[in-house]
Design a protein around this ligand. Structure first.
Ligand code: GLY
Length: 372
């Protein structure tokens, strides 16, 4: 078991990581279940998959504590992060009589967490929520740190708020039912922590990554706890991403976002897969600038390929050129005027924010990568 505090003044909370925690979450979340009872059910939001897999166990567990759940169930996937679903969720919370002291429970991956977090940020100007993340990506990244959002026609996550959860309960055992491809996509975010800030962890993953992907309990818990400990530290230092600290967590995301946009934010390329390839491109571009060696860029690429993640731009069968990918980057929320901060590497285990990157040079670099 690991308990990792997120030390934010006035909004501090714990991330608890423990095998089997979902089966006993009511004990860990007891302070946030006050005010609920048989006649006042606990609001739970899930998608159809997490509802099918875990709702009956949760209902039975709550019943043992004299409690019941009321379920709001969304379709899986990014389509749940819309104005329409947000409106229905807020109306449902208001109809349930939610108060600002109440906590809503989010059971799912990043989509459910982002949606619930944003609904809780705006309903009655802010009520509480507890994250019960069920994907590796949500367990190592999106459930912690308070970034909440929905998507709009203009892009992903452009409407949102910083709203921290009151508690994050991570049960690595729930990953037993996660499809392989989603497991690998989440693992890309684990590798990200090694690459951006912890060379020892990166080496550990080079040796033990397969165990993590095979869901070996000890390896998985170590990978999740190390990732979350770094995220908690960075979020506590720079909650709102104003100081070039939290931005480090975006390693691979600027290239990755352009690839997601070019592939229509579809199942053709999952977010974690785009981040994986984005990290390869960031490493190779860092080598092109002479900041890391070609051998180090190759090590980063090998670690990503070894996890079964896309590691070459030619893997994607894109028909666009580098300029088209750069065009997608111009819509990035981090773009400021005509400049775009890029996350690059000074070493394996040391990322930094480069503000002198020339977008035509990125386009030329991408043309080379697209040509194979
Ligand atoms: N996923 C990046 C962050 O939370 O800042």
């Amino acid at each position: 078991m690991a308990v990792i505090p997120v030390a934010l003044a006035g909004r501090a909370y714990d991330v608890v990581i423990e095998e089997g925690l979902l089966g006993r979450f009511a004990e860990a979340a007891a302070p946030f279940l006050k005010g609920y009872g048989a006649a006042r059910p606990v609001p739970f939001v899930a998608d159809t998959n997490t509802h099918r897999l875990f709702a009956s166990g949760i209902d039975a567990h709550l019943a043992e504590h004299g409690l019941a759940a009321d379920w709001f169930v969304v379709e899986p996937g990014e389509d749940a992060k819309t104005w329409g679903v947000l409106e229905k969720l807020c109306d449902w919370l208001l109809a349930s009589g939610v108060t600002r002291k109440d906590h809503v429970f989010a059971l799912g991956g990043g989509v459910v967490g982002d949606l619930v977090g944003f609904a809780c940020a705006i309903t009655k100007r802010g009520c509480g929520f507890v994250q019960l993340p069920t994907t590796l990506l949500a367990q190592v990244d999106s459930s912690v740190g308070g970034k909440t959002a929905i998507n709009t026609r203009a892009g992903k996550n452009l409407i949102g708020a910083f709203h921290q959860p009151s508690l994050v309960l991570i049960d690595p055992m729930v990953l037993g039912t996660l499809p392989e491809r989603e497991m690998r996509a989440g693992y890309a975010e684990v590798l990200k922590y090694g690459l951006l800030g912890d060379a020892v962890f990166f080496s550990w993953l080079e040796t033990n990554g397969n165990k993590v992907l095979r869901r070996d309990p000890a390896a998985l818990e170590h990978a999740i706890a190390t990732s979350i400990a770094m995220k908690a530290r960075i979020v506590a230092e720079d909650e709102r991403e104003t100081e070039d600290r939290r931005a480090l967590l975006n390693l691979g995301h600027t290239f990755g976002h352009a690839l997601e946009a070019e592939t229509g934010f579809s199942d053709r390329l999952l977010h974690g897969e785009a981040v994986a390839l984005g990290m390869v491109l960031a490493a190779k571009y860092s080598a092109r600038r002479g900041e890391i060696s070609a051998a180090d860029a190759a090590l980063a690429t090998e670690a990503i390929a070894a996890a079964g993640l896309p590691a070459r731009l030619t893997d994607l069968d894109l028909t666009c050129d580098g300029a088209a990918l750069v065009d997608h980057m111009r819509h990035d929320k981090k773009a400021e005027g005509t400049t775009l901060p890029f996350l690059l590497l000074r070493a394996l285990g040391e990322a930094y924010v480069a503000r002198d990157v020339n977008l035509p040079d990125i386009a030329a670099f991408l043309d080379g990568e697209l040509a194979g």
